[in-house]
Ligand binder design. Structure first.
Ligand code: PHB
Length: 395
């Protein structure tokens, strides 16, 4: 790997400089030479595809801006975080302490993000979150150097309850992986659905990333709710959709969810996904020049259809490129950099969005339906939705 070679050559350069009495302070590196960008993402496990889509998006946005950041070339560093929370701090430290990255982009899994959050708060390194929705990152544990380009876990589901009730679905079962992302998605669902007059008849769950759904599907069949609402994502979502149909529930009990359920999995899920209704801050079929241009370019470059994760990665690359351009590559000028990151309007394939005070996107949430293997927009379920940012005090 380049990392090892790099560390050695940097070491050699320092020895050389020391012997000539020209040992430069760290700060000099922060303003010139290559910018060190760390990617901490899942490249294995149920979220592997999400990590790849995010990296593709980041690279695509930066390449569109000339392949540099504020005029500086990029040195990339990568860590596979395996969506393993117990290794979160260790993996983030590898990038920050060992590789001395200037910016850490990561990650997908909310539990792993807690490790990154700790390292980012302690080291002050710039962290851009391209997915993980854990509330604390932009609420009680918010930080001046942490910016999220994706969503909070309750943002999509805060728009889910009303359209279900509008369709007369008055009793629902909720099902999810029992970890931060699923639990917080439930908070949004519970608030929106009960406020609209709905009743949650049962909450079901299984540990992440378990995909043994059978017993739970049998229970759903016995409960006979008007609808099922859920949070699943990645490989596990594809399996849940297929198992739901195979259990004979697809045409009896409508399946709803936060839109991750049908992101990046429509080919794998096949006809079992048709008709699923979701709420999400992106949709394949958004009929805007920006989205069409993005989708064509992404498909041409990567021979893959983009999904919400690719969009979030793309917006992360865009935000970083705009911020770095504003400070002309001087990432050490933190006050100016953070101000630039806070005040951008991101012209995203999802639609334009801005940063909340707590550093989370203020964005539209779309209502979508899977039709012919595509997430079709039905309408806007929530306009310019902002997370509460409760408890956020920027230091
Ligand atoms: C999360 O753990 O925060 C998470 C993971 C995958 C998603 C959404 C949220 O699609």
């Amino acid at each position: 790997m380049t990392t090892r070679r790099l560390v050695l050559s940097r070491g050699a350069a320092l020895v050389g400089a020391a012997s000539t009495g020209l040992l430069l302070p760290e700060i000099a590196r922060a303003q010139s030479g290559k910018i060190r960008v760390g990617l901490m993402l899942p490249y294995t496990g149920t979220f592997a595809q999400l990590g790849v889509a995010i990296e593709n998006g980041v690279r695509m946005a930066i390449n569109e801006k000339g392949g540099k950041l504020g005029g500086r070339e990029i040195e990339w560093f990568k860590v596979d975080d395996e969506s393993e929370p117990s290794k979160g701090v260790e993996n983030a430290s590898k990038l920050v302490q060992r590789d001395k990255v200037d910016v850490l982009i990561g990650t997908v899994h909310s539990g792993v993000q807690m490790g990154i959050q700790k390292v980012a708060r302690e080291s002050g390194v710039l962290n851009l979150i391209p997915n993980a929705g854990i509330h604390a990152a932009t609420r009680a544990l918010c930080a001046p150097n942490v910016f999220r380009t994706s969503f909070t876990n309750s943002q999509p589901t805060l728009a889910l309850g009303k359209p279900m009730m509008d369709r007369g679905l008055k009793k629902a079962v909720w099902i999810t992986w029992k970890y931060a992302a699923g639990n917080e998605a439930f908070e949004g669902f519970k608030e929106s659905y009960t406020k609209a007059g709905g009743t949650i008849v049962k909450e079901l769950g299984l540990p992440f990333p378990n995909v043994e759904f059978q017993a739970l599907l049998t229970e759903i069949a016995a409960l006979k709710p008007d609808a099922v609402a859920c949070f699943f994502a990645g490989g596990g979502a594809a399996k849940f959709i297929r198992d739901y149909a195979a259990a004979g529930l697809k045409d009896k009990i409508p399946l709803w969810g936060s839109g991750f359920l049908t992101e990046g999995v429509l080919q794998a899920a096949g006809p079992a996904a048709e008709g699923i209704m979701t709420t999400m801050h992106y949709s394949d079929s958004l009929d805007t020049p920006r989205n069409r241009e993005f989708r064509t370019a992404y498909a041409t470059t990567f021979k893959l259809q983009p999904d919400v994760y690719a969009v979030q990665g793309y917006d992360t690359g865009l935000l970083l490129a705009l911020g770095m351009a504003a400070v002309k590559g001087d990432i050490g000028n933190k006050a100016a950099l953070y101000r630039a990151l806070e005040t951008q309007t991101i012209d995203s394939p999802r639609g334009k969005w801005t940063m909340s005070k707590a550093h989370n996107p203020i964005q539209d949430i779309y209502l979508r339906r899977v039709e012919h293997g595509e997430n079709k927009v039905i309408g806007i379920a929530a306009k310019a939705l902002s997370d509460s940012g409760a408890g956020c005090r920027m230091a």
